[in-house]
Design a protein. Structure first.
Lengths: 161, 184
């Protein structure tokens, strides 16, 4: 059987900022982004695709240890995943985003993501990018804040048989 | 600060690290649509299975349930499931007997929108345990959508060698289901 779940790139931030994976090869079926670290302020896992600033929406399921809720962002300028499980300056948080069928040029793109911060909450989210363009660039950041120095962001490719 | 990683990607060459996560089979639905897909003769050489699905249905409403059989068994009353989901405004939890994996696939009236499912079949080849299936799923159509997590109990100690995923409507063209094996 063909081996897959291939590491494409990893960066460890030397200073606060965002991470952009560009020139992503179109040779996989799905992409997986894993973020482990902190932010300079409170901010959810967020993404922009191919540098675009429109055509995004998300639906999230969120819980903080005492209550659960669901949120939605429509006609958004970026993908914002989750609510309570945000990155912050105090606690190590992590998020995993699955960018499904990213290279196809027939359908819109769907992204499944989970985000968790043991001190604040946990989220499951789905995002939509309303474009049939193949994805070749993904910017990863925390909404309203920068990812903190030391945060590790990795990109993997999964290829189906 | 913006860290552009084009150079890193180019220099890494995308080399595979290893053989612990392998593609077994993929089914892509053609122009005629399909009421279900089957993975059969699944080798027992992995620790876990994962199905990564990108799917859409011709159901007239959002939220159509997707279902799963193992080993060809349609005795749905023997399965059990639970789900926690959100629709953008509120949450809901449900459970019962039956073989749902609760996909809530996007409908044909939401152009080009597909749902996603990541289904894990844990310890599928173990003959001492009943089997647990878990699923992260969702779809969003810029104003409607669902996201949720759920589990299905398959009350059999038999190794799983076949998985059927189906629904009461059809999966439409370009829906795809990819089966992977994860080594222990």
């Amino acid at each position: 059987m063909p081996s897959t779940y291939t590491p494409i790139a990893t960066t460890t931030l030397g200073s606060a900022g965002t991470v952009t994976f560009s020139s992503i090869p179109a040779t996989y079926t799905d992409l997986i982004v894993i973020v482990n670290g902190k932010a300079t302020g409170n901010g959810q896992l967020s993404m922009r695709i191919n540098g675009g600033t429109s055509l995004y929406s998300t639906t999230s399921l969120t819980a903080n240890g005492s209550s659960a809720g669901s949120t939605r962002e429509t006609a958004a300028t970026y993908l914002q995943f989750g609510y309570y499980g945000y990155f912050d300056a105090s606690n190590q948080a992590m998020a995993i985003a699955h960018i499904m069928n990213y290279a196809n040029t027939t359908t819109f793109k769907t992204i499944l993501a989970t985000e968790r911060n043991s001190a604040t909450g946990v989220d499951a989210s789905v995002g939509l990018w309303r474009s049939t363009s193949a994805i070749n660039s993904v910017e990863v950041y925390a909404s309203g804040a920068n990812l903190a120095a030391g945060t590790v962001v990795s990109l993997y490719g999964v290829k189906s048989a | 600060m913006l860290n552009t990683l084009a150079g890193i990607i180019a220099s890494s060459g995308g080399a595979a690290a290893g053989g612990d996560y392998e593609s077994i089979a993929t089914v892509t639905v053609g122009a005629g649509g399909s009421g279900g897909i089957t993975f059969s003769s699944i080798p027992s050489t992995y620790q876990h299975l994962q199905i990564r699905a990108f799917a859409r249905t011709n159901s007239p409403t959002n939220g159509e349930n997707t279902k799963i059989y193992v080993n060809g068994s349609s005795a749905s009353t023997n399965y059990a499931w639970h789900v926690l989901r959100g629709n953008g405004a509120s949450t809901a939890a449900a459970g019962g007997g039956g073989n749902y994996i609760i996909a809530n696939v996007g409908t044909t009236n939401v152009t080009s929108t597909f749902s996603a499912m990541i289904i894990d079949v844990l310890d599928y080849a173990n003959t001492n345990k009943n089997k647990t299936i878990r699923n992260l799923y969702g779809f969003d159509s810029n104003g409607a959508g669902y996201v949720g997590i759920n589990s299905v109990l398959v009350p059999t100690t038999s190794a799983i060698s076949q998985i059927d995923i189906f629904m009461d409507y059809n999966f439409t063209q370009y829906s795809s289901f990819a089966l992977y094996g994860i080594k222990g």
